[in-house]
Design a binder for this molecule. Structure first.
Ligand code: UDP
Ligand code: MG
Length: 206
């Protein structure tokens, strides 16, 4: 089967980030000599995000757009994108460029080497607020205390999954989804790679 990459990007009021993230992702994929699609899931944006996405789709058939009827939340948007993906590898990443598109080639390289999940581990940059750091580390300590499934601190929803993993994930009946826990629970051949957290390109954290 020919290699095909799906990039899934949830969008909630990201009009200032859509073009930059689209261009950065395209540029990274261009060097990989692979077939691809970029799936934007508009999670009920109220700014100019959806018209912008439709414009991208008109100009570039590699771009697909899913539009939600209202805001359902990040995990629902990512899940819908994964379910719609047709690639034999699926990469999920945020729209605000905090998940650096420059990591894509390294993720694909690990997948080509045989790993079925390539997850990423965020190393906090200097501009990550103390409060967010504190809540974040408290969250991971708590979830690992109550749960048997290990959840790796700093492992956000920025990862590559092979088709074999995606098929199982999509078949799981959980409605209220916590993807990073579910993917950890699934098993498969997993590897983590580290990246430096970037600051948000435009707009505010949702
Ligand atoms: N997002 C979404 N629905 C929401 C909130 C956020 O689809 O209800 C998207 C958002 O557009 C971004 C990603 O999820 O692409 C991560 O959101 P954000 O950057 O606000 O989270 P943070 O990086 O602050 O944890
Ligand atoms: Mg962000």
């Amino acid at each position: 089967m020919r290699e095909r990459l799906s990039v899934v990007i949830p969008v909630f009021n990201e009009e200032g980030n859509i073009r930059p993230v689209y261009e950065a992702v395209r540029e990274e994929i261009a060097g990989l000599e692979t077939d691809f699609e970029i799936i934007f899931v508009d999670d009920g944006s109220t700014d100019g995000s959806l018209p912008l996405l439709k414009e991208l789709h008109t100009d570039d058939p590699h771009v697909r757009v899913i539009g939600f009827s209202r805001n359902f939340g990040h995990q629902s948007a990512v899940s819908a994108g994964i379910a719609a993906a047709t690639g034999n590898a699926v990469i999920c990443m945020d729209a605000d460029l905090q998940h650096p598109p420059s990591m894509i080639p390294r993720m694909v390289e690990q997948w080509r080497a045989g790993y079925q999940v390539v997850y990423t581990i965020r190393e906090d940059g200097a501009d990550t607020g103390l409060l967010k750091r504190w809540f974040s580390s408290g969250f991971y300590r708590f979830i690992n205390w109550i749960s048997e499934t290990p959840v790796i601190p700093g492992a956000a929803d920025f990862r590559l999954m092979d088709r074999s993993v995606v098929d199982v994930l999509v078949a799981m009946p959980e409605r209220s989804r916590f993807l990073r826990g579910m993917v950890g629970w699934l098993g498969f051949n997993q590897i983590g790679i580290r990246y430096q957290a970037a600051s948000r390109h435009s707009g505010q954290s949702k």
